[in-house]
Design a protein around this ligand. Structure first.
Ligand SMILES: O=P(O)(O)OC[C@H]1O[C@H](OP(=O)(O)OP(=O)(O)O)[C@H](O)[C@@H]1O
Ligand SMILES: NC(=O)CC[C@H](N)C(=O)O
Ligand code: SF4
Ligand SMILES: [Mg+2]
Length: 559
């Protein structure tokens, strides 16, 4: 594979105002009043509520928790998963509806469950959560039950804790000074240790999600004022967290010091402040993108405006490169960069590094499309739609077993014979995980008459599992961890196969390359995962069995 010496750099950097790495530092908090936490001095556990509920600070949950004994279960369910999306809105009378729309824009980040928490004018936190898509969980009348000028929302793709209603976020809890709601994108690598410590001291958990430990840590913190409790809690967390919190009078956004997962801030023309995982959510609700929430930053929004604080004095950004390769939508600006432009350049690099004689360039839609356009533009070979995607079938990632995933590829992608017959085809996809999709696609393309099939993958080989909010399969299941490129080529049945080279990817990122995480390509983890990765966490006692319609949830969870 020839080293790339030239590829057009249409790539642009979006200016980052007040960049904390290069610009003036965010104010550091004085900490004289911050007492160390004493896990032994636990107040009663905060209590979580799901379904449709109003939350006042005093009551405890009434659900029947007669369940099998708590048990940590390290059993991998072999289901690779993705991400989550979060949104927070302050200062708009339509807060819940805007949240709902923003969650639609973020639906690609998680399809297992969705929820919104609003704060009513009477300072009551009200929440609706449900299993399924945003459109399945919410309707007009449900949104009517969520009045108020500030709100947070979440779409879930589980990384810790099973896919079930009790783990659907946002979580709402009461502690002795009030109520708090949280929505989290990321994964805490030390949550089992934290949970064990908290349980040792009497905490009772309502979910099996890693996110719940954050609420318990806030409840036991002795820090003042309130946002210092959040900082105090975050200092104990290891791993990835882009979170939004809501209290009776505040919206808070936090990003971990590595900034693994994205989080941006925008503003609507009426002054409402909006936080979201991706800018595509800002665009939909007509909020103007202002900047990222910086790695290690805490932003507190209340009637006095927006205050920025620093979680930790040292920033070591390690932002997920996979957001640019696959997860985020191409119309989003993520980590200050256009996702579309990243993918286009990755395709251009592939065409330069791994050219091949061909008649047509096609994409594996949707996530491979922009890289394929880049490949076609650079190689001068026409791009055509050789595979048509059905938009009525979910992502292959969310299907429950290898057998169904295989079938899903056929359900989702149909070849266009007229484009492929007798042609030498380059097919561009964003990544190979297990190799299931690629082998099916090669077969489909040959069956549709393609003379040659050359796979080009717009990312380096994935050799290690992610611990920071993307539930990729275990390393043993990753085909690039087991086979060399030539062997994978043979396995998937293509005429040639090439991946984006890791060195060129880094070279392309230039001076920013240090601030990205590449652990799934290198196994070099910025935060060492010390705990065994669990897909079913402690406390997965009873599956509530509620899937799909909101009506089910209402029946089961209205209080
Ligand atoms: O090697 P595999 O284990 O088959 O996984 C790799 C595939 O998974 C992703 O697509 P997916 O079909 O999940 O979703 P998408 O339609 O959003 O691209 C990715 O874009 C690859 O196409
Ligand atoms: N993908 C995510 O960001 C998941 C958030 C959280 N760890 C959960 O499992 O609910
Ligand atoms: S390990 Fe990979 S997917 Fe996970 S945060 Fe790092 S780059 Fe992203
Ligand atoms: Mg795909």
């Amino acid at each position: 594979m020839a080293a790339t010496t030239s590829f057009s750099s249409s790539f642009s950097l979006i200016p980052k105002p007040n960049n904390p790495y290069t610009n003036k530092p965010l104010p550091l908090l004085p900490k004289p009043f911050l007492k160390p936490p004493h896990l032994s001095l636990l107040p009663s556990s905060p209590s979580l509520i799901h379904g449709v509920s109003s939350y006042f600070s005093s009551p405890s949950p009434t659900e029947d928790h007669s369940h099998t004994p708590f048990d940590y279960n390290d059993d991998d369910d072999e289901k690779p998963r993705e991400e989550c999306g979060v949104v927070g809105i302050y200062g708009d009378p339509e807060a819940s509806r805007l949240c709902y729309l923003a969650l639609h824009a973020l639906q690609h980040r998680g399809q297992e469950g969705a929820g919104i928490v609003t704060v009513s004018n009477e300072k009551v936190l009200q929440t609706i959560t449900g299993v399924g898509l945003v459109s399945e969980v919410f309707n007009e009348s449900k949104l009517d039950q969520l009045p108020g000028e500030f709100a947070i929302g979440h779409v879930r793709y589980s990384t810790a804790g099973a896919s079930m209603l009790k783990n659907v976020q946002p979580f709402v809890a009461g502690y002795r000074f009030g109520s708090i709601g949280v929505a989290h994108n990321g994964n805490l690598v030390n949550y089992k240790t934290l949970r064990a410590m908290l349980e040792e001291n009497g905490s009772i958990f309502n979910t099996s999600s890693d996110t719940e430990v954050v609420l318990h840590l806030i409840a036991i913190s002795k820090a003042r004022p309130f946002f210092m409790r959040i900082i105090d809690a975050c200092e104990k967390l290891q791993g990835a967290y882009s979170m939004v919190f809501v209290t009776e009078d505040k919206l808070v956004a936090v990003r971990d010091p590595y900034g693994f997962r994205p989080l941006v801030m925008g503003r609507r023309s009426n002054g409402a402040v909006v936080f979201a995982s991706e800018t595509c959510a800002l665009d939909l609700i007509e909020a103007t993108y202002e900047r990222e929430v910086y790695p290690g930053e805490v932003l507190v929004v209340d009637k006095d405006g927006v205050k920025s604080q620093c979680l930790m004095p040292k920033f070591e950004p390690k932002q997920c490169i996979f957001e640019h390769i696959y997860f985020s939508l191409p119309n989003s600006i993520v980590f200050g960069r256009s996702v579309y432009e990243s993918r286009h350049v990755f395709g251009e690099i592939l065409a330069t590094e791994s050219p091949v004689e061909c008649d047509v360039v096609i994409a594996v839609p949707d996530s491979g499309v922009v890289a394929a356009l880049g490949y076609a533009a650079k190689s001068g070979v026409p791009f055509q739609q050789g595979l048509i995607r059905s938009h009525y079938v979910g992502r292959t990632f969310i299907e429950p077993s290898q057998k169904i995933r295989d079938f899903g590829v056929k359900l989702k992608l149909s070849p266009v014979r007229g484009v492929l017959e007798g042609k030498r085809v380059v097919v561009v996809d964003d990544s190979i995980v297990r190799g299931t999709t690629s082998s099916k696609i090669v077969r489909l393309l040959r069956e549709a008459g393609a003379k040659e099939v050359h796979m080009r993958i717009a990312s380096p080989p994935i050799v290690a599992s992610c611990y920071y909010g993307v539930d990729t399969p275990s390393s043993e299941e990753l085909i690039s961890n087991r086979l060399r490129v030539e062997e994978i080529n043979e396995f998937i049945g293509s005429d040639s196969l090439a991946f984006l080279s890791f060195d060129t990817l880094k070279k392309h990122l230039g001076k920013d390359s240090k601030s990205f995480c590449y652990a799934c390509f290198t196994g070099d983890y910025p935060v060492k995962p010390t705990e065994v990765k669990v897909k079913r966490g402690g406390g997965d006692f009873i599956d509530d069995g509620l899937v799909g319609s909101f009506e089910n949830i209402e029946a089961g969870w209205v209080r």
